[in-house]
Design a protein around this ligand. Sequence first.
Ligand code: CMC
Length: 374
Amino acid sequence: MSDEIKKGLLGIVVDETTISQVMPDINALTYRGYAVQDLCETCKFEEVAYLVLKGDLPNSIQLNKFKKEERENRNITINLREIIKHMPKRSHPMDVVRTVVSVMGLEDKETSDNSPEANMRKAMRIFAKTPTAIAAFFRARKGKKVIPPKKELSFSENFFYMCFGKVPRKEIVKAFDVSLILYAEHSFNVSTFTARTITSSLSDIHGAITGAVASLKGPLHGGANEEVMHMLKKIKKPENAKKWILDALKKKKLIMGFGHRVYSKGDSRVPTMKKYYLKVAEILKEKKLPKMSQIIETIMIEKKNIHPNLDYPSGPTYHLMKFDTDFFTPIFVMARITGWSAHIMEQHASNKLIRPLSKYSGEKHRKVMLLNQR
Ligand code: CMC
C-alpha cells in the first residue's frame, strides 16, 4: 500500500459512474452520453431532470407522467411551512434548505426504505418540494405572504411565480431553465461525493442530500455564485473593474467564479451560460454588469490563465432576474438534487463503504498522567 498522500483526492479515480462525463481535454460535458449544450438548446429542464434521474431522455408519455408526478408533489406540509416561517430571518437560505430537507426526511413515510423504487419516489418528492420551501423562505423573511405552487406551470415558471407572484417573459424563463440544466449534474464534485460517502454507510437519501446541501454552501463550491455577485457589487461600475482586479491579484486574493479542479482550459458550461446571461442583460437593457464581467474575465485569462467557471455567468444572471444574492446557491440546489439523487441511487446499486486511510502525524507514545499531575 502506497504512503503517498493525495491531498483533496487530487487526480484520484474513486469509482465508476454512468451519469455524466467531464472531459477537460476537449472542454466537454455529457449527461448520460448527451452533450450538455445540445440538451440546453433542445430540451426543457424537466426532460433533463428525467434523463439524469432515470438514464434516458423521455418520450412524451414518460415526460407527461414525470411532470404530473413532480407537479402533484410540490406542496409542502403545513408543519414545514410553519417551521420555515419561524426560522430566523437572518438565516442563510442554504442553512434553511439544509434544515428543510432534513425535516422532509422526518415527514417522509419511506425514509428508512432504501429500495431503488422507494429511493426514486423520495427523490421525486425532494425534487418537487424543495423549490416550494425555498420560495416560502424567500417571501416569509420579507414578511410577505407565502405563495403556494401552481400545477399549470412548468418547474421554472412555477419557481418564479412562487417567489414573485408572476412569471417573467419566456426568454427569461428559458435562461433560468438553461441554468438549471447546466447545474443539474457534474460527476464527483464535493457535494456529490459527500452524498455518495453518506450513502456508502447505507444511510438514507434525505440524510445524503442534507449533507450535500451543507457541502454545496461553501464558497469554493456552489457558494461561489453568490460570491461573484458580492464582488461585482463591490466593483460597482466598469470603470473600476480593471484596477479592482489588478489590486486583488497583487494581493493574491482568490477571485470567485474562476478556476476549476477538473477543467484547466475553461469550464465547458460557461459558453452556454454566458450566451444566456448576455441575452437576459440585453432584454433588460443592462450594460454595466456584462461589461464588468468581461473586463475581469479578460484580465484573469491574460494575467493568470485562469478561466471562469459556471458560477461566474450564472450569479449575475440570477441577479438580473431579481433573486436575492443569498438565494443563488439554493437555486443551484434545486437543479443538483437530480444529480445527487442519481448518484445516491447508483451508489446504493453498487455499494462499497467509502473509508480512506490517513497518515498519522501527531504525538507518539505519550504517557497518560493522572489528573492532578497534568
Ligand atoms: N483566483 C485566483 N487564483 C486562483 C483561483 C482563483 N479563482 N483559482 C485557482 N487559483 C490559483 C491558486 O491560487 C493556485 O495558485 P498557486 O499554484 O500559485 O498556489 C493555482 O491557481 C491552482 O489552484 P488550486 O487552488 O490549487 O486549485 P484547486 O483545484 O485546488 O481549486 C477551486 C479549484 C475551484 C477551489 C479554485 O479554483 C477556487 O478556489 N476558485 C474560486 C472559487 C470558485 O469559483 N468555486 C467554484 C468552483 S466550480 C463550480 C462549482 O463547484 O460551483
